[in-house]
Design a binder for this molecule. Sequence first.
Ligand code: CUK
Ligand code: CUA
Ligand code: CA
Length: 655
Amino acid sequence: MTIDTQAVRKAILTPVVITSLIVGLLVGVITFGIVLRPDVTSMGNSQYNRPYPMPHQYWATTDEFYMFASGGQQGGFYVYGIPSMKYLSEIPIFATDQAWGWTPENPEVRNMFTNPWTGEIVERGDTHHPSMSRTDGVYDGRWIFINDKMYGRVARVGLDTFRADEVVWMPNITGGVHGFSVGPNTELAVLNIEHEQVPDQVIQEHLGIEVDRINGPYVAGFNGIAIDGLPGGDGTMEVAWQVWGPWHHDMARIGWGVSDGWIINTSYNSERALSAVPMFGREYDYLYFWNIASIEKAIADGKYVTTEQAPDVAVISWKDVEVYMTKIPLNPHGLDISPTGKYILTSGKATTLIVAVDMDMVLEAIESSDFQGEELEVPILTTDSVRAASMDLGLGPTHIEFDNNGFAYVGFFVDSDAKTVPLGGPYIEKHGMEPWKVVDVLPAHYSIGHISIPGGDSAQPYGKYFIAMNKLAKDTFLPHGPLITESHELFSIDEQPAVLIDQMALGPETHYSQGIPVSMITPNVRGVYTLPAETEPPRVEYDYENQVTDVYMDVVRSWFTPDMFTVPQGWQVNIHMTSQEQAMDITHGLAVDNYNVNTSIDPGEIKTIEFIADKDGVHWFYCMWFCSELHMEMRGRMIVIPQDEWNAEYEWSPS
Ligand code: CUK
Ligand code: CUA
Ligand code: CA
């Protein structure tokens, strides 16, 4: 068959044909809703269009939220602005980071790195779950707390200086902590023991479980950390108690509103297995409800033991507290509470299911002893009596977050998207939709871990933006070797369908992250440290008895005073620096050639660094932040003199 192209062309141009095409298209639009919709991934004339060129301070004046992103193996936080997605800062905690002034030659930092029982300096960690301080369940902008999964540690970061100022270590365990959550009034935080333990004999006896170190079954539980966090408190943390039992716990929440007074956590290893495959051995795992008052009562009644390591920390058996559990889909990960504290959503990693447990129903079931049996002396709440919904939503469910309009968002690792679901009950008034059905899908590149909405884990979500914290970036950005950065994707959720606004590359590897309104942070942020009325006069002191040289040094553009000092070889050197700067953004630093000493000093900061002068010779020290036009000249000498050549005439004196 041959085609008469001439005839075809003629036919196309026939007015009749054109008319019928137009009519056909119109019919299609009306009948099938084929709308020439704007491409949701382009900005069009969206409010997120940015002026170009941007005026100075554009981002300083338009960002609405700070994002505090856990750094995972980076060991601290990343901080950026929303919606600019502009990286602002790092907050090193469980990591050495000289650029951000966090090194163990500073005794305050070293103290936070030091294991209180062994004296070991641990400068590596893995931060997972940030938790903002809050009052009545609402973020209050004072501090952000975070756990180190690798060692059992929790840090408090001041939101005025963006620096950690306290670290507490959990006793009686060998690390492996995971779920962490601060309570609604910052009086208590809970930190789960994820990696099961072979604890001290005292604990095993108290639990009545003898643990075989090779074959188990091991035991675990969770830590209660008391915080001086009521209004006027200084945020000081203290490990108050540990509840131990047969199960480990993954994610943790302290309830508020309807769930006030309860610690709620999950276990993906209710099998009590010691390797991965048997951890999927059942058809379900558990969600647990621990009554906080019953833990306090057990302590008041003396139902606890203590260990030699931690004589002040009450170790309580799960048998001596009020605890209930309910079956949830296999190997849960996400565990998140809706803004009123009513719904607890959990996701089963090994399933496609998200379950909504209703706390009102849980309380009723407890009241009426509506149980379907028990395991290891813990009553199991009847599944149907506590479940508001069970949703089959997709592959690889991870975490859940809530907005201010009555929607839950669920992230999916395998599906590489997040799904929006209207909540039921009192939330129906807000959105007017049929609850528990997917209404929107937010595609991600690729493989979502945590998700975050400002205030989304509190009694007051601020909504507006949704951030997918993707575990894999693959081809999103320029290639940069086999170790590929992470990606955060920003969506506007003020509209449905949600609109992808921006993507950013961010270093490895964020887990949970929290956004907080700019107005709650900026009024308290310190630009400089306030200097005391009198500062240490520059000088050098020699302590022959202890073999210590104390150097009191002023630091200011563009010199160190003194800019030379001597020290006998092998002595300790303590350099007590005072930055006399009171100008914004004039950070200096002190790096000592050949000595592995390098740290920043911020304007107005008073900071000591300590090291041993073990190498003789002339060693220049210098400022490593470019601080002025004379920055290169900002340097001085440390002259280390062998002990057998030293005499008092070598002592530095003012010239
Ligand atoms: S965990 Cu990392 S994606 Cu530590 Cu909250 Cu789920
Ligand atoms: Cu001070 Cu460069
Ligand atoms: Ca399991």
